[in-house]
Design a binder for this molecule. Structure first.
Ligand code: 6R9
Length: 653
């Protein structure tokens, strides 16, 4: 039996140097690593000066009561002032903050001066509804500008927001409203999705019939689609009636650096969702710094676009707080990538001259499936940097992204982080790092991470194990809302003194970090712990495969057997020899131990709204079990299609 916590099977030889031009003018050079290594806390104290404080902090980290940290605790600031007003005061009121692109093709350019007026009015409106500092506000909106206004208005008055994905059900919304004890819900009649209005307000009405939601006094409703909405007199208020009549000026009040900014729920594998709590000073410092460093943002000339939903942490940190704190001009898009055609995203890049694009591997692999000719039909010459987040990006998808979207000239940065970490933790720096396809590579300056084995010992280069964060960081979660014990148990008890991220990882021969998927998904095959990521990457490196998901299914001979679900690339045909060819290909790439026992071509894979593959459900299918909880699935019909494929599944020994 192998004692390895996680096998290291894949090697990658390709390297990409930073483009000379980018490196010559990069926001961050290798000196940042040296500065942070010399004095980590002084480094972060320096980054905190990127913000405007009403009272500059003299304290940096207080770690006297681990794992409960405070950062910059005696500083006072207003987050909305930092993201909006200070740019107007600096003379950038005419700069576009947000280029909004609606799914039906409507658009709106919002300057920083307008953003200031919108946020100010919304802040007054919330105050009129009785919201005070510390009260929680639930936000359940599509990707429209009011989502950003609402979040910043909450921040402005010190009312922590809890944004709930517009795609979540009334049940999920109710659970989150109850847990956070929200006082106000901000929603809309609906949003545009795949060419049609999709209602949101009825889900709020239903959620508010559930016990425990009685504290909700008001529902503020944005009119987006114009569809019919059920109305509760005395509780429901139209945004355009209440907000639009408020004064345009609002004086932001400073709050303590540890004042709560938001709660964001992560589903977790079991039990009730965890309310991840983030506070203000440390969070804003790290998201502003990392956005500046990793995306090399030049606010005067760049057009930045993060395709995430605001209901996901990526939307919080890299649509709202990081970019706006840095005075960026950014795109906000309401709809899906294939409405009305598969090239919609590339049309948007061309229209706005997007220079920095941040998206998820799931989207990249979907574009691979649609075919190279789709992006080739647009001028993507404005792009100068591409980012990836959310899942491991398979080397082949990384290469495709660089080549077909980035014209084989722009750097790709693979950024690892979590809702819990608040900001990016492990990522190349575009002007410094020699990039390796598929690897997030190194902790950012000021961040300490490593890979450990079952006993908590750091693994040698070339070995796999568990990702652990070894020092506190400014944008770390402060606790799980209302459940300090769960915070301790979930993150800090597996390796005492260190944060356990729940991800498998390895260090390659150079010491670079590769993320290998959630530890819950690791497969045990004949005594070897094999990561889903490596087998999936090997499958995706075959020219016929766009996307793959593998799971370990109980097997009498080998403990678990590898079962792979694959999506073919545009143009590739399902043929009788394909399954054999794929098995041989994986054996060649990773060794015979990693050869899938069964391979099933499918049309879609089950994913969460943030695009992560739900392997748990595929395991249920592979083991012929009834499906578990499907409520966080984007599209539940996907599972019916997969199950319908089963009888024809090829199975070899
Ligand atoms: C930002 C975000 C966190 C989990 C994380 C890991 C996976 C995110 C990744 C990545 C490999 C990357 N993950 N980025 N895995 N490489 N670059 O996604 O937050 O929704 O909380 O998910 O996502 O498994 O632990 P969240």
């Amino acid at each position: 039996m192998s004692k390895e916590s996680l096998a290291n099977l894949m090697t990658e030889e390709r390297r990409f140097a930073p483009p000379t031009e980018l490196a010559a003018h990069a926001n961050i050079t290798a000196a940042a690593y040296e500065a942070a290594d010399a004095d980590r806390l002084a480094f972060w104290a320096e980054q905190a000066r990127r913000l405007s404080w009403e009272q500059e902090p003299t304290q940096t980290l207080d770690w006297s009561n681990p794992p409960f940290a405070t950062w910059f605790a005696d500083g006072r600031l207003n987050v909305a002032y930092n993201c909006v007003d200070r740019h107007v005061e600096a003379g950038h009121g005419d700069r576009v903050a947000i280029h909004f692109e609606g799914e039906p093709g409507d658009s709106r350019a919002i300057t920083y001066a307008e953003l200031q007026r919108e946020v100010s009015r919304a802040a007054h409106a919330l105050t009129e509804l009785g919201v005070e500092a510390g009260d929680r506000v639930a936000i359940y909106l599509p990707m429209i500008p009011e989502a950003v206004f609402a979040m910043l208005a909450c921040a402005r008055i010190g009312a922590p927001h809890s944004v709930v994905f517009g795609g979540f059900s009334a049940e999920a919304l109710a659970t989150r409203i109850v847990d956070a004890d929200a006082r106000v819900v901000i929603t809309s009649d609906g949003g545009w999705r795949r060419g049609a209005p999709a209602a949101l307000k009825p889900a709020v009405d239903e959620a508010l019939t559930r016990p425990g939601t009685e504290a909700v006094r008001s529902v503020l409703v944005v009119r987006r689609t114009g569809q019919e909405v059920p109305w509760h007199e005395g509780r429901d208020v139209w945004w355009h009636e209440l907000v639009d009549r408020q004064p345009e000026q609002h004086t932001p009040q400073a709050f303590d650096a540890e004042h709560p900014l938001f709660i964001l729920y992560t589903s977790g594998t079991t039990g009730k969702p965890k309310g991840i709590l983030h506070t203000t000073g440390g969070y804003l410092t790290q998201v502003a710094y990392t956005h500046h460093a990793v995306f090399d943002l030049k606010p005067e000339s760049d057009v930045y676009w993060c395709t995430a939903d605001v209901g996901w942490v990526t939307g919080h940190s890299y649509i709202v707080y990081g970019p706006l704190a840095n005075g960026a001009t950014e795109v906000l898009y309401e709809g899906t990538p294939n409405t009305p055609h598969n090239g919609r995203w590339w049309e948007i890049v061309q229209k706005y001259g997007v220079t920095l694009l941040y998206t998820a591997p799931t989207a990249i692999r979907t574009c691979m499936k649609w075919g190279d000719d789709v992006p080739a039909g647009f001028d993507l010459g404005s792009l100068r940097l591409l980012g990836s987040v959310g899942e491991p990006i398979n080397p082949e998808a990384w290469i495709w992204y660089r080549k077909h979207i980035g014209g084989d000239r722009v750097p790709v940065v693979d950024t690892w982080w979590q809702t819990e970490t608040g900001g990016i933790m492990i990522s190349p720096l575009p002007g410094v790092t020699h990039a390796k396809p598929g690897s997030a590579q190194v902790p950012l300056p000021g961040i300490s991470a490593t890979v450990v084995d079952d006993d908590g010992n750091e693994v040698a280069n070339g070995s796999g194990g568990y990702l652990a964060l070894t020092e506190p960081w400014p944008s770390m979660l402060r606790t799980i809302w209302g459940d300090d014990q769960r915070y301790l148990d979930t993150y800090w008890s597996r390796f005492p003194g260190r944060y356990f991220a729940g991800d498998g990882a390895k260090k390659d021969a150079d010491g670079d970090i590769w993320l290998l998927g959630r530890v819950d998904d690791v497969m045990l095959v004949s005594g070897h712990n094999i990561s889903t990521t490596e087998v999936e990457s090997a499958l995706v490196s075959h020219p016929a495969i766009a996307e793959a998901a593998v799971v370990g299914a109980t097997d009498p001979q080998t403990t678990q057997a590898i079962v792979a679900f694959v999506i073919l690339r545009g143009g590739a045909a399902e043929n009788p020899g394909l399954v054999d060819a794929l098995r041989a290909h994986v054996a060649k790439e990773l060794g015979p131990i990693a050869k899938p026992k069964r391979i099933l071509p499918v049309d879609e894979l089950p994913k969460t709204r943030s695009g992560k593959i739900m392997r748990r459900l595929l395991r249920d299918v592979a083991e012929n079990r009834e499906l578990g909880d499907v409520t966080t699935l984007t599209d539940s019909t996907v599972m019916d299609l997969i199950q319908a494929k089963l009888p024809t599944a090829a199975s070899e020994d």
